[in-house]
Design a protein around this ligand. Sequence first.
Ligand code: SAM
Length: 215
Amino acid sequence: MRDCCSPKGYRWVFSERSARAEARRYRRKGLDPTSRRIVDYLKTQGVEGRTVLEVGGGIGAIQIELLKAGAARAVSVELTPTYEDVAKGLLEEEGMSDRVDRKVMDFAQTPGAVEGADIVILNRVICCYPDMPRLAGAAADHARRLLLLSYPRRTWWLAVGLTFANWLLRLTRREFHIFLHPPQRIIATSERRGLQTVLSQRGIVWTVAALRRTA
Ligand SMILES: C[S@@+](CC[C@H](N)C(=O)[O-])C[C@H]1O[C@@H](n2cnc3c(N)ncnc32)[C@H](O)[C@@H]1O
């Protein structure tokens, strides 16, 4: 990982505390709007019997919703260990512990340690990682049918907001950085791996893109 970010920085941002807060929100209100858009789109494509790989899936709410919708199994690959207890608790509550395999590792560094899946999801993950081509490329390589991505739009007001946020993170020595990787480069990286864009849906902050394997 580059100088901007360290495991300590990730653990500070994605802490046990924020994991517990996210789980409380999910239990009360269900999926947040961006995750809902991803799950709703996948349902229109049919998830019955499909395998799912989610990278940077946090508490694993999308995986639970896809399993409820009929997906066969899911693998979660998370960089930080901070979500594990909360995520396992949610799976136990749903009686799904045996249908999700959770791994704590940097997916971009050792993608070969994980098998491919019918559906691969990276929701709000690419903006948290410095080496976009490595992460998006590995995700694309693992997608047998569909790759679902969400990433921030490249608007001037987001660029200004993130510049300020990154300045604060550097000032407080948090060892974490938010990246506004160019959307066209994210998509081009995935398309070079034999995928074709079939959805690009803009939200206020997050674009949800779906790419389908053609080759
Ligand atoms: C902003 S959070 C998003 C969590 C969840 N997907 C959501 O949208 O609520 C980004 C997550 O991606 C994870 N992450 C970033 N780079 C990763 C990598 N290379 N391998 C695995 N996880 C990664 C971080 O640990 C963090 O949990």
